[in-house]
Structures are given as structure tokens and as C-alpha cells.
Design a protein around this ligand. Structure first.
Ligand code: NAP
Length: 440
């Protein structure tokens, strides 16, 4: 049998320990598929004494992940420490400079330094594989880089954060408020103690930056992404969406437009019958639109030790077979700077929920301000809250009246200008809620 591929594993948390289990359980299958064993030669993590459910005595321990990266006894580094800084970054760079391929699950590192690391891997003629960094167990990186590498992509969008999709699903199914669902997600271990990175859309943005680069051949640039999270979404929005034939999802969307590449993360209304609308709970999904091809949607587990480890091991299997693809599907010097389409020029339908002051002329003023920006209304729902009979109040209580508008395609700029004018006119209370609509 051919020589084993010797792995240095840096990081023994959720993903790292699952990689150890999967390599042990799948040993024979991997030999059959790759023609050689894949074996762990050495491990590294912060604390040697921690209980991890694996027999550490079987493996050599290297305290410093950077030393592990240059260790002559390893052929490949698996980096599952996380974070855009050191020691993850230095370990990855050290391995590549030493001519060792790298497998990583680290979206933060790739979103920040992806093009530079791709160039380094290319210079040293080694693989840099990162299937696990986006949508965990869903093989979307390979799909873009290899499976569809003859295609011309027009749009890629998806549910890339299981925590947000879990919260939105629970809100809808169990009629709970955002804060209750967030607490629930934290209790189940789906959300961090500080959930802002997930719920404010930044996790999705890092993943979208990687996908956009693969799809459009641009440098990885998370700063080119417009980001909005889900914390302002209410049950009233979900109910209104359902009534109008939509469901609300936090989507990451990258689209090729005439103005450049539009990259955005925000709560989005998607048609209820679309494939992406069916995806509930912590599950992830990615839809790819390419010229001459009906949309392709991949659905599956976006996180969790075993799902993520399956992507890591698949990347290792490629290396064991000698496969070395350019990390972002093209030579690093062919990755172009992102021509960023400004968000103001985004075109699409909008859901707008306003609290109109209950006084004569409010509705006419709102309609006039929208018309001034050439915004046409597809549907309008005005909800008068009718107090229970016999309480002595008139039917119109003087409270602001929720007004829900769905617009035909318009621009972000027009919507922002119209709503700013409506606020200046003082015909609404509070801030308008705006949710963009994504058609399939
Ligand atoms: N968890 C998922 O479902 C998932 C899904 C997709 C991608 N990922 C990505 O996979 C990577 C790992 O995630 P995870 O959930 O497995 O993280 P984790 O459970 O927090 O594990 C991190 C590991 O890195 C080690 N580590 C941290 N700082 C270190 C340092 N300075 N030196 C040496 N080792 C250090 C820790 O050591 P100790 O154990 O000794 O503290 C731990 O073993 C991240 O990039 C993450 O974004 C995770």
C-alpha cells in the first residue's frame, strides 16, 4: 500500500475531535477511496489536560500549532482553531511556506486573508482546501470551484447561518418573540453567549465573501458587503409575510449586476413556495444561478462537529489522491478587485411596515411621498386594531395604525428617500420596517 498521508491536527474542539473520530471510523473506506491511509501524526490545542473523549496517548502532542505546521513528520496541516489572527494565521502560512497543503474550516481567516493565502499556496504549489468554512457539511465550495467551473454565475444566495434560521423558524412556528427564540437557541447551544456576530449578519457576511469570490473570480472582500441582521424582525412581520405569500429568511446574496457585484446580507422575503423558503431550523441552503442552467439548491447541515468534519475529511481525501485545485478556482493573480455595486442602486421589491398616525391626511401623505420617488405599490394592508366591544372606547382608538406595503421593483435609494420624507412629515410613529424581497 502507498505511504499514509500524515496529518497534523491543530485544534481539538467541536470540529477537531470529530475529525479524529471520523478518520478512525472511516479508515478502511478512505483507504479504498484514496489508495492510501490518512493518519493523524500529531495534535495541538491550547490545553493538553482537557477531557475531549479521545485517547490522546495514541498521538504525539505538539504544544505550539506553528511548530506543528513545520513539523517534518506531517504531510498536511488541518487548522481548526479558528479566528483571523494568530496562531491560526501563522500556522497556516507556516505550513504553506514549508510546502505542506492545508485544510481549514476557518471562514474568518479566509474572509480576511483568503487571496493572500491562495497566492502563498500557489507559490508553493500546494493545496489550500476550505470546504468546511462555508455551510459546514454542504459541499458548496467544490460545487463552485469544480462541479460548475464551466458555468457563468449570475447569482448565489443562501441561508448560511443556522442560528438565525433557527430563530426565524421558531418565531414563525411557535409564535414567539425574537428575544425568546434567541434565549432558546442559547440554551440549546445553537447561539453563543454573545450572539451579535450571528444575529447581526456578520457570520453570514464572512461566508458570503468566500462564495462571491469563488463565483465571480473577485478578491475576497468582506468590507464590500452590506450587512443587516435579524434583531429588528417581529412576529408582525412574519405574519404579514405569510399573508402575502412570503417567508422571512436571513440571506447572504451576491449578484452580478451592470453596476458591479452586489453583495448583501439582510432579512429577506422569499416566495413561500421557493426551495429556500422550505429550509427550517438550523439547516443551511445555497442556491446557485448560472447562465443556461436552472437554479441549483444544495440543502444540508451547516454546522456541528460531524457535519463539519465530513467536509474536512473530504478535503483531506483530495490531498491524499494528489488533487491540487487553485483555492478560489483560478490562479490567484486572476482574482480581480471587487467592483462593488452600491447598495443604493439595489433594485427589487420591498416590504415596508409603517405605523401611520391616526389623523386625516396621513395615508395621502405617505402615498404622495412614495409616488414622488416613482415607487408603485403592489399591495397594501391597513390594520385597524378593533377594541373589544363594550369597553366604552370608539372603534378608532387614536393609536397609530399599522400599514403594510409591498412595492413593485424599485431602488434602495428611492425607498430610503421616500421614507426619510415620510418621517420628516411626522405622519408615522417610530422607524419604518423595511425588508427586501428576493424573487426566485
Ligand atoms: N463548530 C462548528 O459547527 C463549525 C462549523 C463550521 C466551521 N467551523 C470552524 O471550525 C473552526 C473550529 O471551530 P470549533 O467549533 O471546533 O471551535 P472550538 O470548539 O472553540 O475549538 C477550538 C480549538 O482550538 C484550540 N485553540 C484555541 N486557541 C488556541 C491557541 N492559541 N493555541 C492552540 N490551540 C488553540 C482550542 O484548544 P482547547 O480545546 O485546549 O481550548 C480548541 O481545541 C473555526 O474556524 C470555526 O469557524 C466550526
Amino acid at each position: 500500500m502507498a505511504e499514509p498521508l500524515k496529518v497534523g491536527l491543530a485544534g481539538l474542539g467541536t470540529v477537531g475531535t470529530a475529525v479524529v473520530h471520523l478518520l478512525q471510523q472511516g479508515r478502511d473506506k478512505l483507504i479504498a477511496r484514496c489508495g492510501r491511509p490518512i493518519e493523524i501524526a500529531a495534535l495541538s490545542a491550547r490545553s493538553r489536560g482537557k477531557k475531549r473523549g479521545i485517547d490522546l496517548k495514541k498521538f504525539r502532542w505538539v504544544a505550539d500549532p506553528v511548530a506543528l505546521a513545520r513539523d517534518p513528520a506531517i504531510d498536511v496541516l488541518v487548522e481548526v482553531i479558528g479566528g483571523a489572527g494568530d496562531p491560526a494565521r501563522r500556522a497556516v502560512e507556516t505550513a504553506l511556506r514549508a510546502g505542506k497543503p492545508v485544510v481549514t474550516a476557518n471562514k474568518a481567516l479566509l474572509a480576511r486573508h483568503g487571496d493572500q493565502l491562495a497566492a502563498l499556496a500557489e507559490r508553493h504549489r500546494v493545496a489550500l482546501n476550505f470546504e468546511a468554512s462555508v455551510a459546514g457539511g454542504i459541499p458548496i465550495i467544490k460545487t463552485l470551484r469544480e462541479g460548475l467551473n464551466g458555468s457563468s454565475f449570475t447569482r448565489i444566495y443562501g441561508i448560511l447561518n443556522g442560528t438565525c434560521n433557527y430563530i426565524l423558524s421558531r418565531m414563525e412556528q411557535d409564535r414567539l418573540a425574537f428575544a425568546d427564540c434567541l434565549r432558546n437557541a442559547q440554551a440549546l447551544g445553537y447561539a453563543e453567549a454573545d450572539p451579535s456576530f450571528d444575529v447581526e449578519g456578520h457570520d453570514t457576511a464572512q461566508k458570503l465573501a468566500i462564495l462571491a469570490s469563488l463565483a465571480f473570480g473577485t478578491k475576497v472582500d468582506p468590507d464590500a458587503i452590506y450587512v443587516e441582521g435579524i434583531s429588528s424582525i417581529t412576529l408582525a412581520d412574519l405574519d404579514a409575510a405569510a399573508e402575502l405569500g412570503y417567508r422571512v429568511k436571513l440571506l447572504g446574496v451576491a449578484v452580478r449586476t451592470e453596476a458591479g457585484i452586489e453583495q448583501r446580507v439582510h432579512p429577506t422575503m422569499v416566495p413561500k413556495e421557493s426551495a429556500i423558503a422550505q429550509v427550517m431550523g438550523v439547516t443551511n441552503a445555497v442556491t446557485v444561478d448560472a447562465e443556461g442552467l436552472a437554479p441549483i439548491t444544495l440543502v444540508g447541515p451547516g454546522a456541528g462537529g460531524m457535519a463539519t468534519a465530513s467536509a474536512v475529511v473530504s478535503d483531506l481525501a483530495d490531498i491524499a489522491r494528489g488533487v491540487c485545485s487553485p483555492p478560489f478556482g483560478r490562479p490567484a493573480d486572476r482574482m480581480t478587485a471587487v467592483r462593488k455595486a452600491p447598495m443604493q442602486r439595489h433594485e427589487g421589491g420591498y416590504y415596508i411596515r409603517l405605523l401611520a398616525r391616526d389623523r386625516p391626511g396621513s395615508a395621502a401623505t405617505i402615498a404622495r411621498r412614495l409616488a414622488q420617488q416613482q415607487i408603485s405599490i403592489e399591495s397594501i394592508v391597513q390594520r385597524h386594531e378593533v377594541p373589544p366591544r363594550g369597553n366604552g372606547q370608539s372603534e378608532r382608538s387614536g393609536e397609530p395604525v399599522p400599514v403594510i406595503l409591498i412595492t413593485y421593483a424599485t431602488t434602495e435609494d428611492a425607498v430610503r428617500k421616500a421614507l426619510a420624507a415620510v418621517r420628516r412629515d411626522r405622519v408615522i410613529s417610530g422607524r419604518p420596517q423595511v425588508i427586501r424581497i428576493e424573487k426566485n
